[in-house]
Design a protein around this ligand. Structure first.
Ligand code: SF4
Length: 486
């Protein structure tokens, strides 16, 4: 299956033919595709709103022509690649018309349908298999019309911008091909994350915006952005919240000092701390009550660990790994307990705990290690697909501890892995020559991101999709009473 680039206009073909390693065909205004398989239509187009400027790139998510609508499934992957080249890129529907559209009225009517740009060829060249990508550089807009002043200069600039897309187009061509997609089960949201998000949603419904949230409610850029749009205001510290306001505490938990600050500011507090994190806080308080030193296995800069340490600052020593466990000193080796961050890599944490047990034979620990069920299950799931994959893609944010651990687990199984916030962040060079892609998502990453990635990958060539693992998680946590009793 050979990827092909179609350029309807001669000027577009001339702009790209020497820049691309991919085969480029000058099509004219062909009726029907010259070949099957992955194709990319490249050229210029008109923008339908002034929010898109001349020189911007529009990547079609679908192409509309007369009554037909053709999906362009790889759009977000290509749009992300072009953004990384420094281009301003919009992703949305492109409409193909049978005549050149220039009047503001006609543009306005097409824009009202949700389309971003208009051309006269893409709808004729796009196959209905979802494997066509359309990349158009804007040459005219409602206020900078085709027949307006400055058109020759804008035309030349648009072709220059079109040349700049060449490395992205070649990366797309190299990434096309047949693929097997392996989905890890379980993946994505855990019960603690669902509870935290629903807590903010219910607080917004019940008390109205703004609802203040200290730090990210869960470590995911998409979740935070969505709640922000709905009226949540994320702050770093309690003193940024106006006195008397409503404050939600994030899933990772906080030190008691934070609650005291909130009380001093007369804030109404709703605590969305995951009950499994709250359990670790309780353990630390219990150890401290017996004047035990607590060795907390975890990452000292992670918010969960900062909150847990805050339960008994004078008693807790954070131990990052087995090497630190070998050297840590405590005041009384016979009066030591240990606890863990909930989102650690299982093997690494077990190794660290084993060193502590050897060094402190009277070490007291939790009945069951503190790594939570969601972390354990997702790590087992990714391990199972990593063995069968050429590349593992983990959906999650860089500050998500459990997502980063999933990358480490895949790599430990000998498979390259990458952590991305969404499909648009996945660089196409990672996919070149890769036939089996394992996919999972951290406990804070929405399931819709997995669906979107699968959709995008299926736009690079024929795909088969298989689910691996059958574990069903039925853990549910009750919501805080403040959002259920109002
Ligand atoms: Fe709770 Fe585990 Fe989810 Fe963290 S990952 S919120 S500890 S269930």
């Amino acid at each position: 299956m050979t990827a092909v680039v179609y350029t309807p206009l001669l000027a577009e073909w001339l702009a790209l033919r020497d820049e691309l390693a991919t085969w480029v065909i000058h099509t004219g205004r062909s009726k029907g595709r010259p070949t099957g398989g992955p194709a990319l239509v490249a050229g210029v187009a008109g923008a339908l709103t002034d929010g898109i400027s001349a020189g911007d790139v529009v990547v079609a998510t679908e192409v509309r022509h007369r009554q037909s609508v053709v999906p362009c499934r790889a759009a977000e992957l290509v749009a992300g690649e072009l953004r990384r080249l420094g281009l301003t890129v919009h992703a949305g529907p492109i409409v193909t018309t049978d005549h050149v559209v220039d009047s503001p009225r006609e543009r306005h009517e097409l824009a009202a349908s949700g389309a971003m740009a208009v051309d006269t060829e893409s709808g004729l060249l796009a196959g209905d298999d979802g494997l066509t990508v359309v990349v158009r550089v804007v040459v005219d807009t409602p206020s900078q019309r085709l027949r307006g002043i400055g058109m020759p200069r804008r035309g030349a600039q648009a072709l220059k911008q079109l040349r700049r897309t060449a490395p992205g187009i070649d990366a797309w061509a190299a990434a096309t091909g047949e693929r097997e997609l392996l989905l890890a089960t379980p993946r994505s949201f855990c019960a603690g994350v669902e509870r935290a998000i629903e807590t903010v949603e219910r607080a917004l419904e019940t008390f109205g915006a703004p609802v203040y949230v200290r730090r990210q409610i869960v470590h995911n850029r998409h979740v935070v952005g969505d709640l922000e749009r709905r009226g949540a205001v994320f702050v770093d510290e309690v003193d940024e919240v106006p006195e008397g306001s409503l404050l939600v505490l994030a899933a990772h938990g906080v030190a008691p000092a934070v609650r005291e600050q909130a009380t001093e500011r007369n804030l109404r507090v709703i605590d969305a701390t995951c009950p499994l994190v709250a359990k670790v806080h309780q353990e630390v308080r219990r150890y401290a009550a017996h004047d035990r030193t607590v060795l907390l296995i975890g990452h000292s800069d992670h918010e969960e660990v900062i909150g847990t340490v805050g339960e008994a600052p004078g008693h807790v020593i954070v131990v990052a790994n087995a090497a630190e466990a070998e050297t840590v000193e405590v005041p009384d080796p016979d009066n030591v307990g240990y606890a863990m961050q909930t989102t650690l890599a299982l093997e690494e944490a077990a190794e660290t705990a084993a060193v502590l047990r050897r060094r402190f034979p009277n070490l007291t620990g939790p009945r069951k290690d503190d790594i939570c069920y969601a972390t354990s299950n997702r790590q087992a799931g990714v391990r199972a697909i990593a063995e069968r994959s050429d590349l593992v893609v983990v959906l999650g944010s860089q500050n998500s501890s459990n997502s980063r651990r999933l990358v480490e687990v895949a790599e430990a199984a000998g498979t390259p892995a990458v952590l991305v916030d969404d499909a648009g962040e996945l660089t196409l060079d990672r996919l070149a020559g890769v036939r089996r892609v394992g996919i999972t998502a951290g406990a804070s990453a929405p399931p819709a991101l997995v669906d979107a990635l699968v959709h995008c990958l299926s736009g690079l060539g024929p795909t088969t999709l298989t689910e691996h693992g059958s574990l069903v998680e039925d853990v549910r946590f009750a919501l805080p009473k403040e959002v259920t009793q109002s």
